[in-house]
Design a binder for this molecule. Structure first.
Ligand SMILES: Cc1ncc(COP(=O)(O)O)c(C=O)c1O
Length: 382
């Protein structure tokens, strides 16, 4: 048998490997605390579950859903963007997705031909680069450094790269560093992309997961000509990872192109799940504050422990991740193995996010504060 040879350069999805390691450790009777994948431990609000159940009574709940998503959910997203970001959207500027990961994959062939270039930050959510390579698209690594608060420097991108790049992917609040972007940064990157005729795609998966009291931002607030696209998800802030529901908003031509791919390769999300998402958006904003408060408490507690144990970390304020440096010149693999074997802690090795992050690891704050604190306090002082 002869397989697609682009697969040879792609490894198994890292979190699938971690799942196997965890299973083995649990089988051997080891107590494990999983601080690796970004899958919230918090419950789904009752209103969301009730909406899902009630929607199963609808006449056509079992039918193929519309490819672009049900109009009620698109309208709920339009209302959300207006109320929270003061951004006006039309129905043809919204597309419902089976999780934002689906859209991140499908936007690549929607914009790029084989051999084209996409500028992707490193470190970053591994799906950007992997999916580009699967589609035969090249990537240019745009480095993010701690000294620049993990924001990229566009003036360092060589002219020959900007000339041949079709798309730039950004993600703030940032996975894995926890960095956030401000309005000046968004204005600059929009200008850079417009000047170089590059499609700007902002992955806003963690837009709502910032410090309590801070103002959440969408790139569309600064995109007067509506040339960009932004992905959003119900996975993180509403603890709905398994529901697989997300969306893309922004430039109607990009949305149309994305829908062309989507309608040829899959269908819309199950209708009751779309009604559950509408209910999520109807929750009072106090819900969002409650979640932010929980992650604030966990973030503060973990940062204090890391400081006490001489583990360097980036003082980010977004997402539910903390990006840390491995102590004592451990490589990321050695240190992650040490944490698992000695303390039963699973974290994500930095190498998952870039081959240049061999001295980093990521802690996910997706366990109860007490549990995280008790476990991390057992670490030796490095
Ligand atoms: C930066 C980022 N974008 C997108 C996603 C995908 O989210 P979903 O497909 O659940 O909407 C994740 C999930 O971890 C993520 O970290």
């Amino acid at each position: 048998m002869i397989f697609n040879n682009r697969l040879n350069n792609i490894s198994e999805y890292h979190f699938q490997k971690l799942e196997m390691i965890k299973k083995e450790a649990l089988k051997s009777g080891k107590k494990i605390i999983d601080l690796s994948i970004g899958d919230p431990d918090l419950p789904v609000e009752n209103e969301i579950i009730q909406a899902l159940i009630e929607s199963l009574k609808l006449k056509n709940f079992n039918k193929y859903p519309p490819y672009e998503g049900i109009e009620e959910l698109k309208k709920a997203i339009i209302k959300y963007y207006k109320e929270v970001f003061s951004v006006e959207l039309q129905l043809n500027e919204v597309l419902i997705l089976i999780g934002s990961k689906e859209g991140i994959n499908n936007i690549i062939p929607a914009i790029c031909d084989i051999g084209d270039y996409v500028i992707t930050p490193i470190p970053s959510y591994p799906v950007y680069k992997t999916c580009c390579h699967l589609w035969g698209v090249n990537t240019y690594d745009l480095p993010l450094f701690e000294k620049n608060s993990y924001l990229p420097q566009f003036n360092k991108i060589p002219k020959e790269i900007s000339n041949k790049s079709k798309m730039l992917i950004l993600n703030y609040p940032n996975n894995p560093t926890g960095a956030i972007a401000n309005s000046d940064f968004y204005k600059d990157v929009i200008k850079y992309c417009a000047k170089n005729n590059i499609v700007l795609c902002n992955d806003g998966a963690y837009n709502e997961i910032i410090k309590e009291g801070e103002k959440t931002l969408s790139i569309l607030q600064f995109d007067e000509k509506k040339q960009c696209i932004e992905f959003g998800t119900f996975s993180k802030i509403y603890n709905m990872t398994g529901f697989r529901i997300g969306y893309a908003v922004g430039n109607s031509n990009i949305i149309r192109s994305l829908l062309k791919i989507k309608s040829n390769v899959d269908s819309g999300q199950f209708i009751p799940i779309q009604y559950a998402a509408i209910e999520a958006l109807k929750l009072n904003r106090t819900y969002v504050n409650k979640i932010r408060k929980i992650y604030d408490e966990r973030r503060t507690a973990v940062k204090e422990i890391l400081e006490n144990h001489n583990i360097h970390f980036f003082d980010g304020e977004g997402t539910f991740y903390i990006w840390c440096k491995t102590p004592n010149k451990f490589t990321t693999e050695q240190f992650c193995e040490e944490l698992l074997i000695k303390y039963g802690i699973i974290v994500t090795p930095g190498i998952t996010f870039s081959e240049f992050s061999k001295e980093y690891f990521r802690i996910s704050l997706t366990q109860d504060t007490g549990k995280i604190v008790n476990t991390l306090n057992k670490l030796e002082i490095f």
